[in-house]
Design a protein around this ligand. Structure first.
Ligand code: NAD
Length: 352
C-alpha cells in the first residue's frame, strides 16, 4: 500500500488535487496496486486554522507517508501576513525540513497546443527538456533584512549544496542524451563562479557527458529562440524559478508543467504553477500539471513506470481528441472544465 500525504493548499489547489486523486484511483485499479491518501492543511488554509502555514499536525501526516502530493498555496487573502507566516513560507520550510534540494521540471512541447504557444511552433517541434533547479539554497534561504531605507537578500552556496544537485543532473544526463547545460552568472556573481568550479569538478566523473555553460541572461534568450538545444539543464534556485516559468510558455500554459522535489526520504510532487486565485473555485483550472506530477510520483517514489506511462498517454489522447481547459484551448477545441477533463482522462485509462 502506497501512503500519500495530500496537501491541497489554497486557491485552485483543492480542485487540481482532487483531479489527480481521481486519476490515481483509476490507474491504481487498472494497474492493480493499492494507494491511500491522508489529507492535511497547508499554506493559507493551515494559517487560518493553526496560525502556521506548515503546522505540526501536517508534519505528522507527512512523516508517516511515503510521498507527498501538493496543490498550490497563497492568495491575496494572506498578502498582509508577516513574511515568515505567509503561505509561501510553508513551501520553503517543507522543502528545508525534508531535505528536498532538487526540483525537477520536465518541459515538453505538445504539438496539439501549437496555437497556444507564443513562439514559432517550428522552433518547438521535439522539445523535451528537464530543468534541475536547486531548491534549498540561494537568495530564498540566505540572510535577509532591512537596514533603514536599505533591504538585502543574501545568495550563499556551499560546494556540497552545489555538488549534490549537479551530480543528480549528470546522472539524468547519462540516462538521456548525455548533454548538460549549466546556467550561471559567473561573469558577475561569486556564487556562480563556485557553481561553475563544482560543475567542472563533477564533470570529470562523467567524461561521456558534454557540458555547456551559459550565462542566465543568455539562457533566458536561448530558451525562446532555440529551446531544442537543451536536454538536461541545471541551475541555482532563483534562476531555476524564473527559467522554468519561462519554459512553461513552450508547453502552452503554466497549467502543463509538473514537478518533483527530491533529495529526502519522503519526496514531494506538485505543479509548477501557483494557486491561480483569479480562476479559483470556477472549475476552470487545468489539472494536467498536477496529474503529471502524480505520474512522476508513481514513477519516482513507487517504481510504477507503466502506471505513470498510462497516465501520460491518457492525457495525450484526451488532448488529441480536442478536449481542453480554457487556458490551452485552440479554435477547434471543445472547452471543458476541470472536472470533465479529469473524467475524460479517467475514462481513457479505464478503456486501455
Ligand atoms: P499563478 O501560477 O498562480 O498564476 C499565474 C497565471 O497562470 C494566472 O493567470 C493563472 O490563472 C494561470 N494559471 C496558473 N495555473 C493554472 C492552471 N492550472 N490552469 C489554468 N491557468 C493557470 O501565479 P501568481 O498569480 O503569480 O500567484 C498566485 C499565488 O500563488 C500567489 O500567492 C503566489 O505567491 C502563489 N504561488 C504559489 C506557488 C506554489 O504553491 N508552488 C508557486 C507560484 C506562486
Amino acid at each position: 500500500m502506497y501512503k500519500v500525504a495530500v496537501l491541497p493548499g489554497d486557491g485552485i489547489g483543492t480542485e487540481i488535487v482532487d483531479s489527480a486523486l481521481a486519476v490515481l484511483d483509476a490507474v491504481a485499479e487498472s494497474h492493480k496496486f493499492l494507494i491511500s491518501y491522508e489529507k492535511a492543511l497547508f499554506g493559507g488554509a493551515a494559517y487560518d486554522e493553526y496560525g502556521n502555514p506548515f503546522p505540526e499536525e501536517t508534519l505528522e501526516i507527512v512523516n508517516r507517508s511515503d510521498a507527498i502530493l501538493l496543490g498550490a498555496v497563497g492568495g491575496p487573502k494572506w498578502d498582509e501576513v508577516e513574511r515568515t507566516l505567509r503561505p509561501e513560507s510553508g513551501l520553503l520550510s517543507i522543502r528545508k525540513k525534508l531535505g528536498l534540494y532538487s526540483n525537477i521540471r520536465p518541459v515538453k512541447y505538445f504539438p496539439i497546443l501549437a496555437e497556444k504557444v507564443a513562439w514559432k511552433p517550428e522552433n518547438l517541434e521535439g522539445v523535451d527538456l528537464v530543468i534541475f533547479r536547486e531548491l534549498t539554497g540561494g537568495a530564498y534561504f540566505g540572510e535577509k533584512g532591512r537596514n533603514g531605507d536599505q533591504a538585502y537578500d543574501t545568495i550563499s552556496y556551499s560546494k556540497e549544496e552545489i555538488r549534490r544537485i549537479v551530480k543528480d543532473a549528470f546522472e539524468m544526463a547519462m540516462k538521456r542524451k548525455k548533454l548538460l547545460h549549466s546556467i550561471d552568472k559567473a561573469n558577475v556573481l561569486e556564487t556562480s563562479r563556485l557553481w561553475r568550479e563544482v560543475v567542472l569538478e563533477v564533470a570529470k566523473e562523467y567524461p561521456e557527458v558534454q557540458v555547456e555553460h551559459q550565462y542566465v541572461d543568455n539562457a533566458a534568450f536561448q530558451l525562446i529562440i532555440n529551446p531544442r538545444q537543451y536536454d538536461v539543464v541545471v541551475t541555482e534556485n532563483m534562476f531555476g524559478d524564473i527559467l522554468s516559468d519561462e519554459a512553461a510558455s513552450i508547453a502552452g500554459s503554466l497549467g502543463m508543467l509538473p514537478s518533483a522535489s527530491l533529495g529526502g526520504e519522503i519526496n514531494l510532487y506538485e505543479p509548477a504553477h501557483g494557486s491561480a486565485p483569479d480562476i479559483a473555485g470556477q472549475d476552470k483550472a487545468n489539472p494536467i500539471a498536477t496529474i503529471l506530477s502524480a505520474a512522476m510520483m508513481l514513477r519516482t517514489s513507487f517504481n510504477e513506470d507503466q502506471a505513470a506511462k498510462a497516465i501520460e498517454d491518457a492525457i495525450e489522447n484526451v488532448l488529441a481528441k480536442g478536449f481542453a481547459t480554457g487556458d490551452i484551448a485552440g479554435k477547434d477545441s471543445t472547452i471543458v472544465g476541470t472536472i470533465e477533463f479529469t473524467e475524460k482522462v479517467c475514462e481513457e485509462i479505464r478503456s486501455n
